[in-house]
Write a protein that binds this ligand. Structure first.
Ligand code: SF4
Length: 730
């Protein structure tokens, strides 16, 4: 074995660097090769930053989508709108840069700042176009980037939108009951003796007519009119009591205009504080529930004293059901990284049936285990918490990296609307990392270190309907694989498939620099294997092989880093954890595969018998056909093949049935492409984007099932080139 290879093997097995080596300095400026294209992230148009929409139907939108909408509205198609488009995109880029640099503000504020700072001196038309595009922006709201503050801001914003909706519904119901009960009380008074006294009659007439009547005579006359027929004493008391509770309740702000007054708050710093507040308010909540029910019965004339007196007489805090709680605001707890408290406490809080919505912000997936140097406890706390919460059965659970929140906004909203408790476990890297927050979070999800999934108890009775592996790239694979194109030392174009593994993710965290050793190109040898290939070897065919990750330096030159044994053990555990999630999600489910094998065997056996009965003379041939290889190539019954509808080649379409849910197209334009109930893509709204986006999606679709057809707007810029690019997919 040559000296260089020996040094690599020794490092891999021991994790010890040569004397004098400085791993931190060695890793500075390096990043996984697959991230080479994202060095200037703020120059790219992608999901971030987000606009937390104020008072909008869609509570969160990407800046890109908002600007695209404005351009479709404000910029005329073709050449005449080109200048406006270019200028608006310049402003958008500047807004993106500002937000990445930590600037805060609403979209309109940042737009103004950006337009003012980049407008060329003396170019009045720039200002006109900037204002025109600004006027066409469909929404406004805080613009937020993918950073450590995002999980709390995102969940808080979505929670507020849901609570406002609940408050509006509650205000409408309470307001209507107050009016109807008020009418009952007023009508009762109008028929009472008190209402027929001279002063009361006089007060009920306008001052302009007071002199025209003798109110004393009128009072005598009306008082002789027979029995009053008003509310009985018990009923009046009941109605007035319910009215008083409805008017003084503190769970919802008063409708329209009035201030929040003494309304309860529903956001807490800890689950303990939230639970204490819930328990303290429970009797008050029961009183309001009782008042609502009594008021409804009274307003509809359905209160039967013989039945309802007994029922409501015993109504107290113990009578409140989980369904009753759906009407009320939920309790939000945002636990910042490092402040999540013990899992036992959190699980206990989630198990008491209180409508808690808990955000746990994870920012460190590579914690050292309590066993010290022995192993990493990567993502263990988050994984344990999520599975403990799922085992409670009625808790909604969502785990995701912050970079994926826009795609999961509907899921987040569903969790917030869930009648019971919900847990949102979200990873966002701490500030000051080697990579921008978005890349760090995306790398966590891509590498399976923090996969996205959700568990929705309201989605159905079984795990198949409740559990979903959300948006993870290439969910059927151990690691997502992408093609990397580069030039070799002879400047020849080379491309190879590169997997993004847990070791690549660890490389993004400088604390773990010690687990890598750089190998100069001259020392690259046969004994080096990419991490995924090294792991795939049946039993480490050669102990002298070492795993490496492919990285690029600041000049985008390729380099290999050997990974030590300890980090490889963590990579194996990450893969095992991913396999468990895959099984939960029905992907490569070992039980299903066993069942299928059994069923296949039974089917083949039955088929053999049928063939033998139908053609006794052909028994030898039938026996041949029964061999596994023959069965494997048996034609598929025609009925089992889903017929593709006849297509007009000019019409764009997706072969939805073949979609592998890789998210590429939905990332290009989430309004143009959407998923059906099967999580497979289809063209939702062709006119929500451009032909260029359709062609880009076709190019990025990993299974080449997007067919762009013919363009619908021949004036779209760059059409000749787009038509050329579309040809392979027609
Ligand atoms: S259509 Fe293609 S690009 Fe879109 S999600 Fe399916 S596989 Fe991915």
């Amino acid at each position: 074995m040559d000296k260089q290879r020996k040094a690599q093997v020794v490092f891999h097995l021991t994790g010890r660097h040569p004397p004098g080596a400085a791993p931190d300095a060695m890793l500075a400026g390096l990043r996984p090769a697959l991230l080479a294209g994202y060095r200037r992230l703020e120059e790219l148009r992608y999901d971030f930053p987000l606009v937390l929409v104020r008072d909008g139907g869609e509570s969160v939108l990407s800046l890109t989508a908002v600007v695209d909408f404005a351009l479709r509205t404000a910029a005329p198609p073709g050449q005449s709108g080109e200048a406006l488009r270019k200028r608006a995109l310049m402003i958008e880029r500047d807004v993106r840069r500002r937000v990445a640099a930590g600037e805060q503000g609403t979209l309109l504020e940042l737009w103004e700042l950006a337009a003012g700072s980049i407008a060329p001196a003396g170019d009045a038309s720039f200002r006109v176009d900037a204002d025109k595009a600004r006027g066409a922006l469909p929404v406004d709201g805080e613009v937020v980037d993918c950073n450590a503050a995002l999980p709390a801001r995102f969940v808080r914003h979505a929670w507020s939108a849901v609570q406002q909706r609940k408050a509006r519904a509650a205000q409408a119901r309470i307001g209507e009951l107050v009016i109807r009960l008020g009418n009952i009380v007023r009508a009762d008074y109008a028929r009472s003796d008190a209402a027929l006294t001279q002063p009361a009659l006089q007060a009920s007439f306008g001052s302009a007519h007071r002199g025209m009547f003798d109110f004393e005579a009128m009072s005598r006359l009306l008082s002789r009119g027979g029995p009053r027929g008003g509310l009985g004493e018990r009923r009046r008391q009941r109605v007035e009591d319910a009215l008083a509770v409805l008017r003084t309740q503190r769970f919802f702000p008063p409708a329209r205009g009035a201030g929040d007054g003494d309304v309860h708050g529903f956001e807490f710093a800890t689950t303990e504080a939230a639970l204490a507040a819930f328990r303290e308010r429970l009797p008050e909540l029961a009183r309001l529930l009782k008042a609502l029910q009594v008021a409804t019965l009274e307003a509809e004339g359905g209160y039967v004293e013989d039945i309802h007196d007994a029922l409501f007489g015993a109504y107290d805090a113990r009578s409140v059901t989980p369904q009753d709680l759906e009407f009320f605001p939920d309790y939000l707890v945002c636990l910042e990284a490092g402040n999540a408290g013990s899992h036992a406490h959190l699980t206990e809080a989630l198990s008491c049936g209180v409508p808690l919505k808990v955000l746990v912000h994870a920012d460190d997936l590579l914690e050292e285990s309590v066993l010290g140097q022995g192993r990493f406890a990567f993502g263990l706390r988050s994984a344990q918490l999520a599975s403990a919460a799922m085992s409670l059965d009625d808790v909604f659970v969502l785990q995701s990296a912050a970079s994926n929140l826009l795609q999961l906004r509907a899921r987040v909203q569903r969790g917030l609307l869930h009648a019971g408790p919900a847990l949102f476990s979200i990873y966002a890297a701490p500030e000051g990392g080697a990579l921008p927050g978005y890349l760090q979070a995306a790398a966590a999800m891509q590498s399976r270190a923090f996969p996205a999934f959700s568990y929705d108890p309201g989605a159905g009775p079984d795990l198949a309907s409740r559990f979903s592996l959300e948006n993870n790239p290439q969910p059927g694979q151990d690691w997502p694989v992408e093609r990397l194109a580069y030039a070799d030392p002879d400047l020849q174009a080379v491309s190879e498939e590169v997997a993004f593994t847990f070791a690549d993710f660890a490389l993004c965290d400088t604390r773990y620099a010690g687990h890598f050793e750089a190998v100069p190109r001259a020392a690259w040898g046969d004994g080096m294997r990419p991490v995924q290939d090294w792991l795939a070897q049946p039993s480490r065919e050669s102990v002298l092989d070492v795993p490496y990750v492919l990285v690029v330096d600041e000049a985008d030159l390729l380099c290999r880093l050997v990974v030590d044994e300890r980090l490889m053990r963590a990579t194996v555990r990450c893969r095992e954890a991913w396999h468990r999630l895959q099984e939960l999600g029905g992907i490569q489910d070992s039980r299903v595969e066993k069942l299928l094998a059994r069923e296949r065997e039974a089917w083949e056996e039955a088929h053999r018998r049928e063939a033998a009965i139908a053609s006794p003379s052909a028994q030898p041939a039938a026996a041949d056909a029964a061999s596994p290889s023959a069965a494997a190539v048996a034609p598929v019954p025609a009925a089992a093949v889903e017929a593709e509808p006849a297509r007009n080649p000019d019409e764009p379409y997706i072969e939805t049935i073949r979609c592998s849910t890789c998210n590429e197209c939905t990332q290009v334009n989430p309004r143009m492409f959407a998923y059906n109930d099967n999580k497979q893509a289809y063209i939702a709204d062709l006119k929500a984007g451009t032909y260029k986006q359709l062609v880009e999606a076709a190019e990025s679709c990993q299974v080449s099932i997007i067919h762009p057809g013919k363009p619908w707007d021949p004036d779209e810029p760059g059409m000749a080139e787009l038509l050329e690019r579309a040809k392979p997919f027609l």
